[in-house]
Design a binder for this molecule. Structure first.
Ligand code: NDP
Ligand code: MG
Length: 397
């Protein structure tokens, strides 16, 4: 039996993961769940999956839960915060961790999972962007395995394995010798046909209406600015380590082709599936086998289209590509400034077009350094968040 802990079980990826686990039968069991504030859904999930532990990371939500239920709900023990997450990532009975907490705060439990030699199925891209080198070096010093869930990167993994190559995370020599280019697709988000004037009037509710995927709010805003694709270029760099000129993105509005790999002999292999996160999640859970059965009808091949990404329209994508080339802590700066800007935009405190301007100004005014420890990465992330908050307060309120 495979025991699974889900970091962020109440989110879009968390819910899809539980859905997949249900359909896989008795060979897969939930060991730990976690939420931040959504204790109502967590309670339902505890009743249904009866995990050993459930973790609440928001202090007042935890206090409220404790007041109503005490420290146990049925046989499930309720724990708090990073220490609680540590319990469900380090326990000797756990095999697999799903990293589906949104944002940089997923760093602590993922490092704990690596240090305890777990298999980590990573949906969270923010930590690969902010701390990619450190995560790769921790992986190299452990027996842990990290597999991507993000649909494009999971597609790349599937293409690579189907082509007879091996999955060797971050191995530049290996992949540069075998692969000419990798290309990930982007739907273009809800504003692909908007002009600058239209974008001035966009609000948070418009930005979270994704045309093809149903996701959490933060990643939906990122998809609309195409920051999501920019973060994914850096994520692909961390996982497969080609030169950045050989990692490309193309707009494919239907979200049915997720990635292409171009080989040196001229062959191009693509991965297709309906836009349904249960497909990459299930592949990662049952890897290297394909066990999941989704009962949808036949795949439709109608009207596939491809377009170049227009950089002027998507300044966040341009910024992320620049960062991917510079490296060092610029991914951390980009990510932290973006997380704060998106948070303020969702709270209606800045406008949509402020997002790239703020990120660019923060990138221009921050010190570029290399980090050699987790502590310095965490400290730097805090600094950039504070800098971005202060900048928004003085400049935009
Ligand atoms: P959601 O916003 O739907 O869910 C986020 C989850 O993280 C929830 O369980 C939430 O708890 C929890 N959470 C939020 N903030 C914190 C915090 N500070 N500390 C601990 N837990 C927290 O996000 P998604 O599921 O859409 O995305 C999750 C991750 O997966 C992101 O990094 C995203 O980029 C990535 N991803 C998502 C895809 C998708 O299709 N959704 C596709 C590819 C990647 P609560 O519900 O209580 O707030
Ligand atoms: Mg993706």
């Amino acid at each position: 039996m495979k025991m699974i802990s889900i970091l962020g079980s109440t989110g879009s990826i968390g819910i899809s993961t539980l859905n997949v686990i249900c359909s896989l039968g008795d060979a897969y069991k939930v060991f730990g769940l976690s939420c931040h504030k959504n204790i109502t859904l967590l309670q339902d999930q505890i009743h249904q999956f009866k995990p050993e532990y459930a973790i609440i990371t928001d202090q007042s939500s935890y206090n409220l839960f404790l007041k109503e239920h005490g420290t146990n709900l049925g046989d499930t023990k309720i724990l708090f915060g990073d220490e609680g997450l540590n319990t469900i990532t380090s326990n000797k009975n756990v095999d697999t961790i799903i990293a589906a907490i949104t944002g940089f705060s997923c760093i602590h439990p993922v490092i704990s999972a690596i240090n305890h030699n777990k298999t980590i199925l990573i949906a969270n891209k923010e930590i690969l962007v902010s701390a990619g080198n450190m995560i790769i070096s921790e992986l190299r010093n452990s027996k842990a395995v990290m597999l991507p869930i993000d649909s494009e990167h999971n597609a790349l993994l599937q293409i690579i394995l189907s082509s007879g190559l091996e999955y060797k995370i971050n191995d530049a020599d290996y992949y540069k010798a075998k692969i000419k280019n990798i290309i990930i697709t982007a739907s273009g988000g809800p504003f692909i046909d908007y002009n600058l004037n239209d974008l001035k009037r966009v609000n948070a509710n418009d930005a979270i209406q994704h045309p093809t995927w149903n996701m959490g709010k933060k990643i939906s805003v990122d998809s609309s600015t195409m920051m999501n694709k920019g973060l994914e270029i850096i994520e692909a760099k961390t996982l497969f380590n080609l030169d950045i000129d050989n990692i490309k993105a193309i707009i494919h509005r239907q979200s049915k082709i997720h990635a292409f790999v171009e080989f040196f002999d001229g062959t191009v292999i693509s991965h297709m599936s309906n836009p349904d996160m249960r497909i990459p999640i299930s592949y990662a859970i049952t890897y290297p086998e394909r066990i999941y059965s989704n009962n949808k009808g036949d795949f439709s091949y109608k009207n596939f289209s491809f377009e170049e990404v227009i950089y002027d329209k998507f300044p966040c994508y341009r910024l992320a590509r620049k960062v991917a080339e510079i490296g060092k802590n610029t991914g951390l700066i980009l990510n932290a400034a973006n997380e704060i800007s998106v948070e303020y935009f969702l709270e209606d405190k800045i406008s949509y077009l402020d997002i790239p301007n703020i990120i660019e100004d923060i990138l221009d005014s921050s010190v570029v350094v290399d980090h050699d420890s987790l502590d310095s990465i965490i400290e730097n992330d805090k600094e950039i968040r504070e800098l971005t908050r202060n900048y928004i307060k003085t400049r935009y309120s």
